[in-house]
Design a protein around this ligand. Structure first.
Ligand code: DGL
Length: 262
């Protein structure tokens, strides 16, 4: 079983930001990535829809022999991971907005969270915020419209910048010193965000923490790949493969990207 790949899924290309962190930390591990771009954005869907898409992705990754699944999507994690953990045998690693470190480090005691509606409205997000941000003002902002722009490759467009300014400026007026990126698509916006944010505002996301947790859980379950060999990396998308190709164009190791109807 330890020779099986790590499965990773997201509503689209965003989770590749997490895949990069995992691949860097665990270069011997093979991976299979599912980009459910056909159904993006998950953030605007109901809890039931997000759950049923998460089940579909999980079952496909299990059919392909994955030994552990990384839910590389805050929206799917906050709405579906409890169900997935209760109903499937493999370990699941999820991703949630990094409220806790931001709250611990904030001097202004005010942090901003940019995430999807699905994440901000979830019970898991509410309980994390309650438990880890006591005495901190958390300014929540839905990043409405950002995921379709990122999926469409329009990261540097005027529309994207306009939306980001519209979302970020009120947070700056409230005095945030940390901006939590609560969606795995948003790290791709960091170059634009850096142009908008004053230097004293730090951007924080959970990618590295997810990779470390993946390593820890593989170790704990004796699932780390131990033999010599070359890791393989297969990406599947149910939309135009060019999108994923463009996002992964700067990856320096061999990867395979294919269309799959799922
Ligand atoms: N990348 C996802 C997340 O982390 C989902 C975005 C979406 O499909 O709305 O929340």
């Amino acid at each position: 079983m330890s020779s099986g790949p790590i499965g990773v899924f997201d509503s689209g290309v965003g989770g590749t930001s997490i895949w990069r962190e995992i691949q860097q930390l665990l270069p011997n591990e093979s991976t299979i990535y599912l980009a459910d771009s056909k159904n993006a954005p998950y953030g605007a869907k109901t809890k039931e829809e997000i759950l049923s898409l998460s089940i579909k992705n999980t079952e496909l990754l299990l059919q392909k022999g994955c030994k552990l699944i990384v839910v590389a999507c805050n929206t799917a994690t906050t709405n579906a991971i409890t169900y997935l953990r209760e109903n499937y045998k493999v370990p699941f690693i999820g991703i949630e907005p990094a409220i806790k470190p931001a709250a611990l480090m904030s001097r202004s005691k005010t942090v901003g969270v940019l995430a999807t509606k699905g994440t901000l409205s979830s019970d898991l997000f509410h309980s994390t915020t309650r438990n880890h941000a006591e005495g901190i003002r958390v300014i929540e902002q839905e990043g409405k419209g950002l995921v379709p722009l990122i999926e469409g490759g329009s990261i540097y467009s005027a529309k994207t910048r306009e939306l980001l300014e519209q979302f970020i400026n009120p947070m700056l007026q409230e005095g945030i010193d940390y901006l939590v990126l609560g969606c795995t698509h948003y790290p791709y916006l960091i170059p634009v965000l850096k142009e908008i944010l004053p230097v004293h505002v730090q951007i924080i996301d959970s990618g590295e923490a997810v990779a470390r947790q993946t390593n820890a859980i593989l170790k704990k379950n004796d699932l780390l790949y131990k033999e010599a060999g070359i890791a393989s990396h297969q990406f599947y998308t149910n939309a135009d493969a060019k999108i994923l190709n463009d996002f992964l164009a700067n990856v320096s190791i061999p990867i395979k990207i294919d269309y799959l109807g799922f």
